[in-house]
Design a protein around this ligand. Sequence first.
Ligand code: ADP
Ligand code: MG
Length: 265
Amino acid sequence: MSISAVTGHKDTPLLNLTDVTKRYPGGRLALGGVSLGVGRGETVGLVGESGSGKSTLARLALGLLAPDTGSVRFAGHDPYRLRGLSARAVRGRLQFVPQNPGGSLNPGLRAGEAVAFPLGLHGVPRRDRPQAVAALFQRVGLDPGLARRYPRELSGGQLQRVAIARALAPGPELLVCDEPTSALDRTVQAQVLDLLVELQDTAGIGCLFISHDLAVVRHLADRVLVLRHGQVVEERPVADLWRAPRHPYTRALLAAAGDEPADLP
Ligand code: ADP
Ligand code: MG
């Protein structure tokens, strides 16, 4: 059972988007009135095909973009307006796991330095950082010896684990994961998903998990929202969605995931 089922995420979602719209300059409406809540320790899946607005929603949640209308709140704060030192503590509670870990890591920094950097920002003294980095490497299933390597010397799965370790460094309560496994091959993808599930179970870290692939979301989400052309067309507990998808678009996504609902118990 997820923590949210105990604490009741409906009372106080940690992350709350209400009726959010966003249009890029010159573009069409990327999000057309989306509401979404993620409770403490809850994992919410967001699925939809390419261009449906998933990454836009992630950027809004992280405060990298401001909505045109509607509101975004993380722990009661507007993430877009978080600035300065006092904001840092709040920012540490909300972290990002990107799609392309290779591209998000500075090629000139060793893996250990990439993870040590946010530790420094969040007040871990320099002398304590090597040990903290080693602990984070272990936590994500990496040999701490790999901390000396540069990104180009690591595999895709190892890079994604480094990106997750870096996201864990400030002690987040919520991870926004935007297609975190779509650049990885199947086996490695499963290992990284297992790691995210474990973090959810053992540390109670919540997750907004974004993917175009329902089969992936199914492994770790409590609840799934289906996004199409910037609108939520279906929002259900994951098991219900699988058993009895309501919207034709959800059925199409399930078929694309190679797992027809009728085949399942
Ligand atoms: P997804 O992550 O589901 O593929 P996005 O949120 O990236 O979708 O994109 C939603 C829509 O917004 C698409 O039509 C896309 O072309 C458009 N879009 C995304 N980013 C930008 C941008 N920086 N400038 C203009 N249009 C954008
Ligand atoms: Mg995207």
